[in-house]
Design a protein around this ligand. Structure first.
Ligand SMILES: [Zn+2]
Length: 224
């Protein structure tokens, strides 16, 4: 019953999609398809698609949708029919959603649920703005508002903490803006298809996980 679920997680940067996908996998047997991880894998391995993406990146251009779509859909369609998957970080815009839909519909493998993790903008700014990474071991740390990051070192190894350019305040605002402009319209697309479920995402990781499991109808008591 829980087997073979086909899910998409949509949420703004900082919503904890990757974390929630991992938690869900403790309860349901699903392949986790993280678009970011998959992208990095293709770049690292220098696959034909990875090389195509790199050409654009080297020129400082955005990787076109068709390349992203080929990378993600290649993986999605490689998953056996009866197996479930959870997509995180894709689709990011309406075009990607339509392409995914076309492919899945052609094989009668429609999505079961699209979970929208809805996080308020102040909560996102707090979370992302407070995200620091250890220079030595890369482990992430949360620095509270008003806390002096330079006074802290890594909990794991004592290394120096730094903030990625991506997580600097202006960059964070920009990422949220892009999400609002490009990804939010995808929600309407799935709402019309009757597969969209809304989960409030300002709560703790554990609470959001509980809500997601209820939304996709996974029993919490039984672990696989
Ligand atoms: Zn460290």
């Amino acid at each position: 019953m829980a087997q073979g679920l086909r899910l998409v997680l949509i949420g703004p940067p900082g919503a904890g999609k990757g974390t929630q996908a991992q938690l869900l996998r403790e309860h349901v047997d699903l392949a986790h398809i993280s678009s970011g991880d998959l992208f990095r894998h293709h770049l690292r391995q220098g696959t034909p698609l990875g090389l195509r993406a790199k050409e654009y990146m080297n020129r400082g251009e955005l990787v076109p949708d068709e390349v992203t779509i080929d990378i993600i859909l290649g993986k999605v369609m490689s998953i056996p029919d009866d197996d479930g998957f959870i997509l995180d970080g894709f689709p990011r815009n309406r075009n990607q959603a339509q392409e995914l839909d076309k492919k899945l519909t052609a094989e009668s493998r429609n999505l079961d649920k699209v979970v929208h993790i809805d996080v308020s903008e102040p909560a996102l700014l707090r979370r992302l703005g407070g995200r620091y990474i250890c220079r030595a071991c890369q482990s992430p740390h949360a620095i509270g508002l008003g806390e002096d990051a330079s006074a802290r070192t890594c909990d794991q190894c004592g290394g120096e903490l730094y903030q990625r350019d991506d997580d600097a305040p202006a960059a964070v605002k920009k990422r949220i803006q892009v999400y609002n402009d490009e990804t939010m319209p995808v929600l309407g697309f799935y709402r019309k298809r009757g597969v969209l479920v809304e989960v409030p995402g300002d709560d703790t990781i554990a609470e959001v996980n509980k809500q997601i499991m209820a939304a996709v109808d996974v029993p919490t008591a039984r672990k696989l």
